[in-house]
Design a protein around this ligand. Structure first.
Ligand code: KG4
Ligand code: ZN
Length: 332
C-alpha cells in the first residue's frame, strides 16, 4: 500500500551530527534519528574534519534505514528530499548532498538544498507553530552568533553578528580550559549550576549596538586559569555563564525595546542552555512578548528543522544539481 506524499525527508550532515528525519508540512516530526560523533572527536578537543566526513559516510545509510522503517518503507509518502547544503564543513556537507542526490535520482523525487541557519530559524515551529511575526531572533550556535529582525519566517534583516568567536565556540573553549570534556556547552551549564558567579569577568560590547565579541571574555578565562590553576572551576563556569548571559540579555532587551516584536525567537545549540532558556522566558514575561525556543531536542543540530525549512522552498525545487557551499550566509 502506498500513502499520499505528505512528508519531506530531511538530511543534515553539516558538522558532527548525522541526522535524518521525516516531517510534514505542519512541522509534525514523524521520525528523526541522529548519530552524534562526540566520542570520535573528544580526544582532539574539537571536530576533526576528515574523521567527521568518514563517520557521516558510515552512519548515513543505517540511519536512513531506521527512519524509513518508521513508515514501513512506504516511499510513496515522501514528497521531496531536503538536505543541508551549507554552511558547514565541506567534507561533511558533501556526504549529505551526494546522498540526497543519489536518493532523488533513484526514487524520482525532487531534492531541495537548505541553508542550515534557516533550519535553526524554523526549529521553534517543530511539533506546534509557536512563532508570531514580527520577531526578534537570536541565533547562538557553534558556528554563529547573530541577532536579526524578522517580519516573516523568510524575511530576515540582520542587526548584528559576532566580530570574532561565536557564543557556542566560547562555551566549548571554556569547557576545554576547565577540563570539563565534550560536549562543552552542557558541561559548562552543569558546572555553572554547582558554582557561584563570584569572579568578575568582562562583558564585551555590552553597552554598544547589536554586534557581539566573545574573544576577550574567552582570553580572560584563559588568563585566570593560568594565574591561579587552583581556582574553583565551578565558580569560573558560573562567572563565565553570568558574563555571557548579561551580554545576550542587554542586546535582546535593546532589540525588544527598539522593534516591539510579537515574538522573541532564540535558536541554535546554545538555546539548549537552561540558564539562557530561563533568561529568555523571564524577559519575555516581563515585556508581554512570546518566548519561542525550540523544544530541547531540536535545539542542537538535527534533520527535523532542515526538513521543515525545506517545505518553505518546496515550490522552488527545480531539479538543478545542488552545490554544497561551506560559506553560505543567512541571507543566501
Ligand atoms: O547549533 P549547533 O548544534 O551546531 C552548530 O550549528 O554550530 O550548536 C552547537 C553549539 C556548541 O558550541 C555547543 O557547545 C553549544 O551549541 N551547546 C550548548 C548546549 N548544548 C549545545 N551551549 C550551552 N548549553 C548547552 N546545553
Ligand atoms: Zn547548527
Amino acid at each position: 500500500m502506498t500513502g499520499e506524499p505528505d512528508l519531506i525527508l530531511g538530511i543534515e550532515t553539516s558538522c558532527d551530527d548525522t541526522s535524518i528525519a521525516l516531517v510534514d508540512r505542519a512541522g509534525t516530526v514523524v521520525a528523526c534519528e541522529t548519530v552524534s560523533q562526540y566520542a570520535i572527536h573528544a580526544e582532539y578537543g574539537g571536530v576533526y574534519p576528515e574523521l567527521a566526513s568518514r563517520a557521516h559516510l558510515q552512519a548515513i545509510l543505517p540511519t536512513l534505514s531506521r527512519v524509513l522503517a518508521s513508515i514501513e518503507g512506504d516511499l510513496g509518502r515522501i514528497e521531496a528530499i531536503g538536505v543541508t547544503r551549507g554552511p558547514g564543513l565541506i567534507g561533511s556537507l558533501l556526504v549529505g548532498v551526494n546522498t540526497a542526490q543519489a536518493l532523488g535520482l533513484a526514487w524520482g523525487k525532487p531534492v531541495i538544498g537548505v541553508n542550515h541557519l534557516k533550519g535553526h530559524l524554523r526549529s521553534p515551529d517543530l511539533g506546534e507553530k509557536r512563532v508570531d511575526y514580527p520577531a526578534i531572533m537570536l541565533l547562538v550556535s557553534g558556528g554563529h552568533t547573530l541577532l536579526a529582525h524578522m517580519t516573516s519566517h523568510t524575511e530576515v534583516e540582520i542587526l548584528g553578528t559576532t566580530r570574532d568567536d561565536s557564543a557556542g565556540e566560547t562555551y566549548d573553549k571554556v569547557a576545554r580550559m576547565l577540563d570539563l570534556g565534550m560536549p562543552g556547552g552542557p558541561a559548562v551549564d552543569m558546572a555553572a549550576k554547582r558554582g557561584e558567579p563570584v569572579i568578575d569577568l568582562p562583558r564585551p560590547m555590552m553597552r554598544e549596538g547589536y554586534e557581539f565579541s566573545f574573544s576577550g571574555l574567552k582570553s580572560s578565562v584563559a588568563r585566570l586559569m593560568e594565574r591561579d590553576p587552583s581556582v574553583d572551576r565551578d565558580d569560573v563556569a558560573a562567572s563565565f555563564v553570568a558574563a555571557c548571559l548579561d551580554v545576550l540579555e542587554a542586546k535582546l532587551i535593546r532589540a525588544l525595546d527598539e522593534y516591539a516584536p510579537k515574538s522573541l525567537v532564540v535558536v541554535g545549540g546554545v538555546s539548549a542552555s537552561p540558564q539562557l532558556r530561563a533568561l529568555v522566558n523571564r524577559i519575555c514575561e516581563e515585556r508581554g512578548v512570546r518566548a519561542c525556543l525550540p523544544p530541547l531536542k531540536w535545539a542542537t543540530d538535527n534533520a527535523a528543522m532542515i526538513a521543515l525549512a525545506a517545505w518553505d522552498n518546496r515550490e522552488r525545487a527545480n531539479g538543478e544539481r545542488l552545490r554544497a557551499d561551506p560559506n553560505l550566509v543567512l541571507t543566501d
